[in-house]
Write a protein that binds this ligand. Sequence first.
Ligand code: URA
Length: 434
Amino acid sequence: MQMYDLIMKKRNGSRLSKDEIDFFVNGYTRGEIPDYQVSALMMAIFFRGMDKEETVDLTMAMAGSGEVLDLSNIPGIKCDKHSTGGVGDKTTLALIPMVVACGARVAKMSGRGLGHTGGTIDKLESFPGFSTSISDKHFMDQVNTIGVSVMGQTVDLAPADKKLYALRDVTATVDNMSLIASSIMSKKLASGADAIVLDVKCGSGAFMKTFDDAKALATAMVDIGKGAGRRTMAVISDMDQPLGRAVGNAIEVREAIDTLHGKGPDDFTKLCYELGSRMLLMSDVCTGLDEAKDKLSEAISSGKALDTLAAFVKAQGGDESYVYDPMKLKVADRVTEIKADRDGFVSHIECDEIGMVSLTLGGGRVTKESEIDLSVGLILDKKVGDQVAKGDTIARIYASDPEKEKAAIARFEGTYTYSDTKPGSRGIILGSVD
Ligand code: URA
């Protein structure tokens, strides 16, 4: 088999066989096929696309290119959730304690990643002492005893995806549906969960700007998961404005804890119930969505969800007293209140730009080596649809460095748009794919 023939075949619009896909994925992972030939193939795929079968074959080849986690020592259904990413997305921090308190089991392997804020692991490290550097045995035992464990990525999951994603990033071939779906799902399949709930974000702050594109991505990923024998479903949720009110790290942890007290922002709480009820259903903990939502509500009102977060933090070396007293979480003390410059209604918030404000403050990583400042971030006091009077505080910026604070305030400028009449709202849940 020759790489040249595969490139030409795809360039001319034909489909690739499973053997051909295995050939280029394995050859590239081993370093036997050069970047320039794989770049050409990626570009041909970008323009010609891949059908359902090719997409599944690509996913399976990438998932099998490294270690595949064996969670069979943990009895029962292990459930996982994946978000395609957005601004203010602290969902895992509240959702996981909620579902685990109801009887679901979550064994999660996470990486740190780049972005406006840190990933889940960074946010969890706001609890002093919390560590995801735990042994495989600790990881498995902890799921068996308290129902949840999160481990830093130690094994080489889907190394083919790592190489291909890096190549796509510099060859303008990231935003192809089949390539995104197979990239995300290869890592999910390799990390061993039996059931996967996907949160596909849609809007100006997401990869997928339109509902049709988000639905197509959700459908492609659900097809892959099911094709690989995993229970899989997707929720499509709004990311036209940041999720909840907090954007940052420790500040988002505080908001997640508020939510476990039943005092979280409406949009975020609703999303946790939607995803959580699906996770309980797929874990066979409940048989209907209404029953699952009642169970989640009971886990919050009884304090069981909060206690589950405390047990989880403690089991991984963290100080659980912070769960019960979140004001102890360090948040930067230089606070700037941003004021509305007119009367009206908030009609739009530039979601990506709010993320960039957090990044400017030092709350996210620009490169893998960047150090994150967990204490910085912002609170959006006003969101789309809220009425404001000139001079009202619309947001508060929490900074620890005067220069970064200045740059963040400048970056914030123009992120809010106002209208004279109340804009319509499409709500947080836009659809689902089962
Ligand atoms: N996230 C991934 O992991 N892969 C993609 O291709 C896009 C987003």
